[in-house]
Design a protein around this ligand. Sequence first.
Ligand code: ADP
Ligand code: X2W
Length: 291
Amino acid sequence: MEGAVRKAAVLIEALSWIRRFRGRYVVIKLGGSALEEESAVKAFLTDVIFMRTVGMHPILVHGGGKAISKAMSEAGIEPRFVHGRRFTDEKTLEIATDVLANQISESLAQEIRAQGAKAEPLHFGTRNCLKGEQLTLQADDGSTVDLGHVGYVTDVDQKLLAEICESDAIPVIPSVALDQSGQKLNVNADTAAAALARILKAEKLVFLSDVPGIFLDRNDPETLVSHLETERCRALIADGTIDAGMEPKVDAALEALASGVGKVHIVDARLPHSILLEIYSDKGIGTEIVK
Ligand SMILES: Nc1ncnc2c1ncn2[C@@H]1O[C@H](COP(=O)(O)OP(=O)(O)O)[C@@H](O)[C@H]1O
Ligand SMILES: CC(=O)N[C@@H](CCC(=O)OP(=O)(O)O)C(=O)O
């Protein structure tokens, strides 16, 4: 009996959150490291279907850095990164866009359908959603850094997204944008997700990665921080506590919060149902960042 009461309590706790998030956009970014484990991806997609079924509008944005590097190596091309962005020449662009859109988006959509829900991959080969421009970075000496066909998101097709969400389907979006002339651009997936969340004024932006959240000391699991505010994040970046792959994620999070996104969450993709536990319970299990 006690167990049954506990189960009911979980549902009641979820009720207020389900009511609050009905009809709201939640942008969820699935990182390449998170995509490596098939069973975890299946459990994650079940969570996304749950969110859709209780009335939220989850929008799935994904990367696939590891898979792109693997495909490049198989083609005899050495991956090269400049300021965290993949140098993307013609051949790399062909490989990256094929892996992201034709392979990863399609397989995520297929799995969502296999679990009985609707999914629509949105990209250059179907209906494109992300519009972008070529990214130019400045080197310390003021010269321009050549990144090749790398871009950033300037706009999204909001009408298309609304239409897909209204039709009860889950949009699946790879981090590839098209510029005004129809040229494909390889976009870092963290920044693509943040731009989508910003433009849609999403209720939430959730990053699923291969860590439980943000640690004050990465060697001590006890130092996981469950709640952070922007000022503290900036200080943790400045003192080097947040670095490597977490830094662009938190930068993207701060940018999204500054432009109206309600909350950002960083959760562990390897932990089954981490996203449900983070969103639909009073105390989450990862790190939440607020303004
Ligand atoms: N303070 C921190 N807390 C947790 N992880 C951190 C921190 N600082 C840096 N990291 C690193 O950031 C990584 C996540 O970024 P990344 O590997 O780019 O993920 P993804 O593939 O999901 O985009 C973690 O695996 C960890 O090594
Ligand atoms: C320009 C650029 O660097 N694009 C990324 C896009 C994929 C990505 O960001 O994947 P993760 O989320 O797994 O890191 C790349 O080519 O790796």
